[in-house]
Design a protein around this ligand. Structure first.
Ligand code: NAD
Length: 351
């Protein structure tokens, strides 16, 4: 399996270094034959190539079996004409990575704030309110007059159908419960279509229980009783916000692993951003990047029918859970170790 590795900005190089060590550890243990191809994106690439991402890099990623993308300082990238392209958007759009899978669960050893839970947010990744990816050329935010901005939200039947299918297929491997999160009381057409497509797909999965919740109420419900949820399917921006909340509820945003998957490609990418407030201090939690690596291995193993990759992914998740329970973790989740020491402890557990 050939994986392109792009460490990213801020805490990215620190957390990605741990993810790479963990990948190499499972490669040795499970004989995966991983080939890691290290390259750059974000600020480093802007300095060296005049753009945060380049067409040559995209071609390299297309030819590989997977991508590990570190967090990017996307807020710094304001002008595409100056090469300041949002790398997350670029790969999600160019590789059609429509399903953003973001699990969140509580861990033994991490103080539980709102009760134990284990859920997955399945977020549509290619349209919605994201002005940088929902039209073919240009952006879908317009300055109508100096004092008026219009931002368009795109919802298509195809994208609703395929994200619903990802959610129901995932639910079949879990507790067979899907919750549709929407704002169809106001966005009657767009979210009406989203709910309609979800219910159409649901008919193919009669064993799966389905309910739906309006997004604002969902914030109260999920905080009140997170254990009521299994798979939560929603549109792009709602999923972005909800999944940061559920990651933090599990103990820390630094526990939020995430996979961006399409039909032919996948990208492991932490749910959080580049965290400039803690960058370079050796305190960032590498769990999200490591869990994203495990999700990428699992995706590849399931697609190719290669059990060793699925086992490697489970071994990473188990080692991380055992380590956290033994307080071999960073301070955001109750440990005392730095990023590097945490990574070394996890690698040791993986043999
Ligand atoms: P952030 O997610 O980087 O950080 C939010 C808070 O969570 C901060 O207090 C940070 O210290 C903490 N945090 C994040 N990751 C952590 C980790 N692994 N361990 C411990 N604590 C962690 O959000 P922000 O500060 O709003 O954004 C910073 C930059 O990241 C911005 O430029 C933003 O646009 C970008 N961003 C990128 C992505 C991405 O690349 N996928 C996602 C979100 C934000």
């Amino acid at each position: 399996m050939k994986i392109v590795v792009l460490p990213g900005d801020g805490i990215g190089p620190e957390t990605m270094a741990v993810a790479v060590d963990v990948l190499q550890a499972v490669d040795r243990r499970f004989g995966l034959g991983l080939q890691l191809d290290h390259d750059i994106a974000g600020h480093d690439s802007l300095k060296r190539h005049g753009a945060t991402v380049t067409p040559a890099l995209l071609e390299k990623v297309r030819a590989a079996d997977g991508l590990m993308l570190g967090p990017m300082s996307t807020y710094d990238f304001k002008d595409e004409a100056k090469g300041e392209i949002n790398p997350s958007m670029y790969f999600r759009k160019k590789l059609d990575l429509y399903a953003n899978i973001r699990p969140a669960r509580t861990y033994k050893g991490v103080p539980v704030r709102l009760g134990e839970f284990d859920l997955v947010v399945v977020r549509e990744n290619t349209e919605g309110f994201y002005a940088d990816r929902n039209i073919e050329s240009g952006g879908s935010e317009m300055l109508i007059t100096p004092d008026v901005v219009v931002s368009l939200r795109r919802i298509t039947r195809l994208c609703c159908e395929r994200i619903a299918r990802s959610a129901f297929e995932l639910a079949m491997t879990r507790k067979k419960h899907v919750t549709i999160v929407h704002k169809a009381n106001v966005l009657k057409m767009g979210d009406g279509m989203f709910i309609g497509e979800c219910h159409k797909v649901a008919k193919e999965f009669p064993e799966v229980r389905v309910d739906d919740v309006i997004v604002d109420a969902m914030m109260a419900h999920v905080v009140r009783a997170p254990d009521r949820y299994d798979v939560v399917v929603t549109t792009n921006m709602f999923g972005d916000i909800l999944s940061d909340l559920t990651a933090e509820m599990s103990g820390s945003l630094g526990l939020g692993g995430s996979l961006n998957a399409g039909r032919d490609h996948a990208m492991g990418q932490a749910a959080h951003g580049s965290a400039p407030d803690i960058a370079g201090q050796d305190i960032a939690n590498p769990a999200s990047q490591v869990l994203s690596a495990a999700m990428l291995l699992n995706w590849y193993g399931q697609r190719k029918g290669k059990q060793a990759f699925v086992q490697a992914a489970s071994a990473i998740e188990q080692a991380l859970a055992d380590a956290v329970a033994a307080r071999e973790c960073t301070k955001d989740v109750g440990g005392t170790l730095g990023t590097r020491e945490t990574g070394a402890a996890w690698v040791k557990r993986l043999g």
